[in-house]
Design a protein around this ligand. Sequence first.
Ligand SMILES: [Zn+2]
Ligand SMILES: [Zn+2]
Length: 719
Amino acid sequence: MTMPDASPDETPVRLGVVVEAPQHSGLVGMLDYLHAVPLPPGTLVRVPLGRRMVTGVVWSALQPTAEAQLLAAESLKAVAEVLDGLPALPSVWRQLVNFAAAYYQRGLGEMALMVLPPELRQLDAVQLQRRLKRLDKTLASDATTGAPATQHAPPDAPQALLPALSAQQASALAALAVGGARPYLLWGSTGSGKTEVYLRRAQDALDAGQQVLMMVPEINLTPQLEARVAERFAGRRIVSLHSGLTPAQRLRNWVMALQGQADLVLGTRLSVFTPLPRLGLIVVDEEHDPSYKQQDGARYSARDLAVYRAHLEKVPVILGSATPSLESWHNALPVAEGGAGRYVRLDMPERIGGGDMPRVRLLDQNHVLKATMGQEPPPLSRPLLDAIAQRVERGEQSLVLLNRRGYAPVLHCSDCGWKSGCPHCSAWRVFHKADRTLRCHHCGFSERVPRACPDCGNQDIQPVGRGTERLEEQLAAALPGARVGRIDADVTKHKGALEAQLASMHAGEVDVLVGTQMVAKGHDFRRITLVAAVNPDAALFASDFRAAERQFALLLQAAGRAGRDADVAGRSEMWVQTWHATHPLYQALQRYDFAAFATRQLQERQMAGMPPYASLAMLRAEGKTQEAAQGFLAAAATAVQDLVARTPEAAGLMLYPAVPTPVQRVANIERAQLMIECGQRAVLQRFLSEAQAVWLAQAQQHRRSGLIRWAVDVDPLAI
Ligand SMILES: [Zn+2]
Ligand SMILES: [Zn+2]
């Protein structure tokens, strides 16, 4: 990388370079540097910052410095080297980063550098050049040996055998073909063949010489989809982008995308920022999934950014789900029906292959209670146990869903009332029987289970409540001879354990599988004829207004695991063990009527002034004490009173009082939050960007009184 020498009589150019600015430094992250010649915006450079050498992105090419500005320019440092082995980042990429930084209230530098591969930020020009050479060599040798995933398609490549399309798939594809570059909501029930629609539409884009960005919510799901995509598009270059890759793999795949060598990028939320010079289609699978929202740092929604990016790039974006987020549902409802009319909705209500969704049976625990003469009912009531035993006998499989891992959520001493609290959090420590530990799921603090009550010495301390570990034990005891397995975060933290457990499920070596929400997602089990939700009621009364929406999605997704083969579909059932069988959520679930559920939820949200009828932001604070956290929030609210007063009254900007978060202390840090609500998104955005400056100054003052950190969360998922 030879840098062009500036001849002494030439005036250097002044460039705006975006560098990573420390969080809450108040710096936007754009600094001026000098360089001998103009560089196109998007060029990656190495520049001195303090005593370090850092990677930056040229953001603006300013005019050669005029005579009068030279004085000021003298104090400016020069660009150290240009990483010109790579093409400049496309202008659309910079627009997307600009938008994301402004919308999510983060510094431009922080946002821009955060979305580059971590490894890229470490390399100087020589190191990068070496990497690029190695990549070129691999690509060249792949091309000669014909390695499938990295070979470019010869025009006469044999086509993979395509499955026949159902009528609803064909009509969705026809609508996509004529609809052009717009957002689409592909609302298809589980098993309706949404993936096939993505793949066919992707094929069209690839055939037109375009790149495709396909997003999925979880790393766990990428291997399955990756295999399917690789099989379908043999001969195309397919790369994945997610946090499970090594830094070197991630850089390599990102470079292939930027250089236009990758045809299809399959990735999790971070892939929304992948520079793709010939992008032709974006797909967001399971668009309702909360994992599309980043939960720390720059809290962006990859789903929403995908829609914005598609608009910038003038390409179609397909959001797919069986249970769309209510925001997307509202966006896809025609204006005449009270919706926003922004998306085109494509409906695919039927399961492929004629398999019906399982019949939903609501098992009223109140009746069970009467039958057990007022005693506490067993974990699984008799009719449900019998139904599972029947499946075991027939050689069919059952899935039992309990969204709580561990053996029991708390240990309790009945003599003195001691409970297994976490000394560092306002939460109980969960009893894990397998390794005899008490573990806090919030801070990770773990200890061996005491032999006796630490307060009174009573040897008889008892588990209270039930997690997946205990349910597995109880089911094994109640169903002698049945093979009971379990999948949850405890089982799968060991590498390869999830794959092994899934394989034995597929091989029919497990009769009853107990699991958390993990098992409800995406897995294509063929022999399941019974799915049971054992304790789903908590979500009905949660303070979080999105809890019902999430629960409905989870239960429907779980139901979708049953009866995937037509020969077992007829006798497939979903059991819901509940104390509130008449609740509208369960009534809608029983009819698989998402539309009715959504309509009702939207009515409630409209009355309560909640999204999508209002925009929310959450000002979050962490402090050494609860007073410190809340004190900052209260002061922050007072400090922006005049800003609030200046917003149009019709916009209805509201700041709520500061309150502790649902789990207020984690790892000895106290957390509080303050909700900001506004009827008009643009007004909220303007307010937040003005308020930021005020809050930065405010935060400086509160450091001394114990404020640790604070952040604005725009469009928060959890409240
Ligand atoms: Zn005790
Ligand atoms: Zn803890």
